[in-house]
Design a protein around this ligand. Structure first.
Ligand code: EPZ
Length: 416
């Protein structure tokens, strides 16, 4: 595993262009399995998770070509119904082929994704909703096997607005017989983007982005093309990085309306935030002010930005309480921050953060994508040098992370 060696006390300054959204691109790639023809996607982030999803689609029988941030997927040939264990364990999002395969083939055999560094992550809401649409599931030997002669429309009320379950049900419903409504649906911008793509290919999806989505089934989809939305989590990472390092950064080519609550929280912490049509400037001069924060499904505060906010609040003038409501084990990386001198105590799903003047450089290990990025930002704030190990996690979700940071003045060395 490689590492970053980071020089501390470096304010991030300058402009950074935001790439396409990982959590939209992966689902739209899965949805392309339902299109009997060529799909062209642009602004696809060049990250390892996209490469992995392309491999999943290729193993299923689709033809995938990539050229820079442009991807073409042709799933008009014969498809297999099985996703290989080795790929699913490396990327949970592979589970998002379940709905498309059931809709297209009437059967699917998907390796159980299992949990990861942030939680147990069951798929009961995915399976429960698809069963209501007529699918039957068995699980054995580490695989979930589903069959459905023909999926039919129904009303699904989700216990929790799960992003993944909403997406799998939405995709399965597109060619189901009749009308499906998903209630208490997730409202993330990535779900809206998926619906826009599917409607471009002839689907009839209404209400994406609201708690109630209605899908009128159509016999078949047709080829289409789509530009992926900007990545709001990548944008949030650089925005918080600017504040935490007491820098001044302008994010370009992004959607400020997708990170509204973040803007408010950054202002509350003392940052100066200037919003443009597709730009956001974040500048911070002094120490951050403490604040309390809870993570919630969109439009609540994004759980994926929680680790970054912990680095900012770890340096605040006073104490903050951060409450994680989405993933039960997303505080595991706190020990790594405390290794850098932070004073964070976890009690259940609350973290009490006593702000300190300066973090101190230390060797730390990235347990997942977002915590990895947070540790790198922590290293830029710290006194002395920091070495972040297992940086492969970061490359899964951030395009050109070290080059973009270097463009903002960071001194990072990659060690193999
Ligand atoms: C998506 O994960 C994102 N991943 C996550 O981003 C993100 O943190 C999450 O949504 C929440 O915003 C992708 O899009 C690939 P959920 P997903 O289903 O779909 C529970 C990143 O860093 N749940 O909304 O897995 C679940 O355990 C990643 O980019 C069930 O109990 O999230 C969790 O506690 C990390 N049963 C909660 O719901 C289910 O069937 C939210 O999960 C499904 C979910």
């Amino acid at each position: 595993m490689s590492s970053y060696l980071i020089a501390g006390r470096t304010p991030l300054e300058g402009e950074v262009r935001i790439s396409g959204a990982k959590n939209s691109a992966l689902k739209i790639m899965a949805a392309a399995l339902m299109v009997p023809g060529k799909v062209t996607l642009t602004r696809v982030p060049r990250i390892t998770d996209v490469t992995l999803m392309a491999e999943v689609l290729t193993r299923l029988g689709a033809h995938v070509e990539s050229d820079g941030d442009r991807l073409t997927i042709d799933a008009s040939g014969e498809l297999s119904d099985e996703t290989p264990y080795d790929l699913v364990t490396r990327m949970r999002a592979s589970i998002q082929v379940l709905g498309p395969l059931l809709a297209r083939l009437g059967r699917a055999r998907v390796a159980m994704p299992g949990g990861d560094a942030i939680g147990s992550r069951p798929i009961d809401l995915h399976l429960g909703g698809l069963e209501r649409m007529g699918a039957k599931f068995t699980s054995e030997h580490g695989f979930v096997e589903g069959v459905a002669d023909r999926l039919h429309g129904t009303r699904v009320l989700l216990d929790f607005p799960s992003v993944g379950a909403t997406e799998n049900l939405l995709m399965a419903a597109v060619t189901a017989e009749g009308t499906t409504s998903i209630e208490n649906a997730a409202r993330e911008p990535e779900i809206q983007d998926l619906a826009v793509f599917l409607n471009r290919c002839g689907a009839k999806v209404a209400g994406a982005g609201t708690p109630s989505i209605t899908i009128v089934g159509v016999p078949e989809l047709h080829p289409g093309s789509h530009e992926i939305i900007p990545d709001r989590i990548e944008a949030g990472t650089y925005a918080i990085g600017a504040a935490a390092t007491r820098g001044d950064v302008t994010l370009t080519d992004m959607r400020p309306d997708h990170v509204e609550l973040l803007q408010l929280k950054l202002e509350e912490s003392g940052a100066e935030v200037t919003r443009g049509d597709d730009e956001l400037r974040v500048a911070m001069s002094g120490r951050p002010r403490p604040l309390d924060l809870v993570t919630l499904p969109y439009p609540g505060f994004a759980t994926d930005l929680q680790p970054l906010m912990m680095v900012l609040l770890g340096q605040a003038e006073g104490s903050s309480i951060l409450t994680e409501n989405v993933f039960e084990a997303r505080f595991l990386f706190v020990d790594e921050l405390n290794r850098m001198g932070c004073q964070i105590r976890v009690e259940g799903h609350h973290a009490v953060i006593r702000g300190i003047e300066h973090l101190s450089g230390a060797p730390v290990r990235a347990p997942d994508i977002r915590a990895g990025a947070a540790l790198v930002i922590g290293g830029l704030c710290a006194q002395g040098e920091t070495e972040v190990f297992d940086i492969e996690h970061i490359a899964r979700g951030y395009e050109d992370f070290d080059a973009k940071l270097a463009g903002l003045g960071a001194a990072l060395t990659v060690r193999q």
